[in-house]
Unconditional design. Structure first.
Length: 217
């Protein structure tokens, strides 16, 4: 069986007393205190960078996180900042960050909704700590997981399948005009920034032209 690309999962938050904190991680001790301090500003960044996938290549590994900032006067400093993250093994496939990033986005948005509805994160519950071992185990072994976030909510996650590699020297399959997407309206830039990272990269290419017929190198 092929070894999983996922090495660790973690949850960090901004504590009003001590600042950026690595609250939970699985496996325990995978990220040392010194390693966390070196990248903590990336894991809990300024609010302007929240709500998007951040990718850091550090010592051969790839660290992914999806920081969230919930602004509400009920919190100290009027905001709650947290971040769920993945660590991928060195030498992972080039498309792995985007595949795992889609799972990370869904999980983070789900936690954000649960915090707004029931204060899952700020109400003293340690459900996230109990979720991380199952999240790591099931994604590594099965590529999917179903985790009970609380008594009435379940988090369903599934890794997208990697695109099959095209054999060297094989002919590219031609695309007919009706098979190629065409952008018919210009979306608002602020809205686009909240979309999936892969879709943001694809958006400029939606010009109705088959990929094989485009010039350039």
């Amino acid at each position: 069986e092929e070894e999983s690309e996922l090495a660790a999962v973690f949850f960090c938050e901004f504590d009003n007393s001590v600042g950026r904190t690595l609250a939970f991680q699985e496996p325990a001790g995978f990220i040392s205190a010194d390693a966390f301090d070196a990248i903590s500003e990336f894991l809990i960044p300024k609010p302007q960078l929240c709500g998007r996938l951040l990718v850091l290549r550090e010592e051969g590994r790839v660290v992914l996180c999806w920081p969230v900032c919930i602004e509400d006067p009920r919190y100290a400093r009027n905001a709650l900042l947290f971040s769920l993250g993945f660590v991928l093994e060195p030498g992972t496939a080039s498309g792995a960050p985007e595949r795992y990033g889609r799972v990370l986005e869904k999980a983070s948005r789900h936690l954000e909704v649960l915090e707004k509805e029931s204060r899952l994160l700020s109400g003293g519950s340690r459900e996230v700590q109990h979720m991380l071992p199952q999240l790591l185990h099931d994604l590594r072994k099965h590529g999917r997981c179903s985790i009970a976030a609380d008594a009435s909510n379940t988090l369903e996650l599934s890794l997208p399948q990697p695109l099959p590699a095209r054999p060297a020297g094989s002919a590219q399959i031609g695309a007919q005009d009706h098979m190629t997407p065409l952008l018919v309206a210009e979306p608002d830039a602020a809205l686009v920034r909240g979309w999936d990272l892969t879709l943001q990269r694809l958006l400029p290419q939606l010009d109705g032209t088959p990929a094989g017929s485009k010039g350039g190198g």
